[in-house]
Design a protein around this ligand. Structure first.
Ligand code: NAP
Length: 270
């Protein structure tokens, strides 16, 4: 039986086993997909044990995506640009690193939300690991420009200059966001986890599609965007399922359907 996993700390909340279980059912495949809690200082050992147990591939979640990048023997273009890896394929005992987060987000926009990114002005709030993963795939869709705002301004300036070679991206501090509407606002901060909203002006979300990378319920950002006349509001569940589908096809060269799985997870209320 093919053996896969997600490695993180914490990892108990992950619904990836359920998602990959649904994907494999579609193709009549029997795979195992487990959650592995790695000690914070023991990622490399955890990976070694998994390889020794005949594992074929794994996803990586917080806080190990950069270590996974550094551990990979070869990298796909997306993983190289992101400097972070969320999916690894084990081939001939060698680790191949991929980052499916960004294309997962793009697929959610285009396939599930029917929202093209081409020619759009996009404000991304946050300059952490998730933003590193989504910048190149979004820029590959030829938006008009990306405005990249972060609480710690130096981080958005640094990321913007790193990704400038892929398209128009401009970095600045949260306090410099103008109260002028844009087409799309993506909350890529972790503020929602603590029940907070990034401190940004109301006017920017008016008429915009507002997307919170966090998923599972109406986040404070989504509630605030709805109250401030956003055109459409979404959480990041579609991205989660789409990035899982891209991981599945990276490992098994099969493209699973995502819509039924998104609907199933919503119906279960996970
Ligand atoms: P991270 O590397 O820890 O970065 C956190 C970012 O949030 C930083 O830019 C930080 O700003 C900012 N931030 C935190 N609290 C804030 C606040 N109260 N106000 C303003 N900014 C704040 O985290 P990450 O890996 O990028 O993850 C970000 C989010 O994306 C998490 O909610 C994660 O669950 C989600 N995510 C979802 C998916 C999916 O499939 N849907 C995939 C990946 C990640 P400073 O730099 O100033 O500290």
């Amino acid at each position: 039986m093919n053996k896969y996993a997600v490695i993180g700390n914490p990892v108990h909340h992950s619904i990836s086993p359920m998602i990959h279980g649904q994907f494999s059912k579609e193709f009549g495949l029997e795979i195992s997909y487990e959650k592995i809690l790695s000690p914070i200082n023991g990622f490399q050992d955890t990976v070694k044990k998994f390889i020794d147990s005949n594992g074929q591939g794994f996803n990586i979640t917080l806080p190990f995506k950069i270590q996974a990048h550094n551990l990979s023997k070869s990298l796909t273009p997306n993983a190289k640009a992101a400097g972070a890896v969320n999916a690894i394929k084990i081939k001939d005992n060698t680790l191949i690193g991929e980052n499916t987060d960004g294309n997962g987000l793009v697929n959610d926009f285009t396939n599930n939300l029917n929202q093209s990114l081409k020619g759009k002005e996009i404000l991304i709030i946050g300059a952490g690991g998730a933003t590193q993963g989504i910048l190149k795939p979004i820029l590959d869709c030829n938006p008009e420009k990306i405005l990249l705002a972060n609480r710690t301004k130096e981080k958005s300036l640094k990321l913007a200059s790193k990704f400038l070679k892929y398209g128009k991206v401009c970095g600045f501090g949260l306090d410099q966001i103008k109260a002028k509407p844009v087409d799309i606002v993506i909350n890529a901060t972790s503020a929602s986890i603590d029940g907070n909203i990034p401190n940004i002006p109301n006017g920017v979300v008016e008429g915009a599609l507002c997307y919170d990378l966090m998923y599972g319920r109406e986040t404070p950002f989504m509630k605030w965007a709805n109250e401030n006349s956003a055109r459409k509001v979404s959480d990041g569940l579609g991205m989660l399922v789409e990035q899982a589908a891209l991981s599945f096809s990276f490992w098994l060269e099969k493209n699973p359907q995502t819509k039924p799985v998104i609907e199933l997870v919503r119906a279960k209320g996970d």
